[in-house]
Design a protein around this ligand. Structure first.
Ligand SMILES: [Zn+2]
Length: 175
């Protein structure tokens, strides 16, 4: 999943406004950040995503992110939100991509990136639902402000651009 992860983070912000949005967005994208960091560091597994998106990797990232947030804030519920967002990343990616489960285990995923129209419809729906929840965290007037509306527009535009790239460019490399 691409900007849909940010949509999930926006929804979490709507449900738990005391957790900073930046922390929720990092948590929702953490496996991809881990993947990019490992890739740049030259630490590649023979199975793409094994060190960042497999069940054990998601377990480690969930624990690390949740504990880091708990130590920094002493907010148990907020830390649980952070952990759930990391886990949500894996499940969202099973819809749009194909990811490893464990060493020697099966690869799972619907690979919707190969169907960009369906991918845009799905991620657009996730973004819209998350944004609608996020908007409830504002007073009504601010929720209808150009600034808050533009967040929805920018995310949908980014997703559309990504799906156009997925549809037209083959052999994309991450780093
Ligand atoms: Zn991912």
């Amino acid at each position: 999943m691409y900007t849909g992860h940010v949509g999930v983070a926006l929804g979490a912000k709507g449900l738990r406004s005391s957790v900073p949005l930046w922390a929720l967005i990092i948590a929702s994208q953490l496996p991809d950040w881990a993947d990019a960091t490992l890739c740049i560091a030259g630490l590649r597994s023979s199975t793409p995503g094994m060190l960042s998106h497999s069940f054990p990797a998601i377990g480690v990232l969930t624990l690390l992110a949740g504990l880091a947030y708990l130590v920094a804030t002493r907010d148990v519920t907020g830390a649980a939100f952070i952990g759930v967002l990391v886990i949500s990343h894996a499940f969202a990616d099973y819809l749009t991509g194909i990811k490893p489960t464990w060493s020697g285990g099966p690869m799972v995923g619907l690979q919707l990136y190969h169907h960009p129209v369906i991918d845009f419809a799905l991620e657009g729906a996730v973004i819209l639902a998350g944004w609608l929840l996020y908007r409830t965290s504002f007073p009504r007037e601010r929720g209808n402000s150009r600034e808050v509306l533009s967040i929805l527009g920018v995310l949908l535009a980014l997703q559309l651009a990504a799906d156009i790239v997925f549809a037209t460019v083959t052999g994309l490399r991450k780093c």
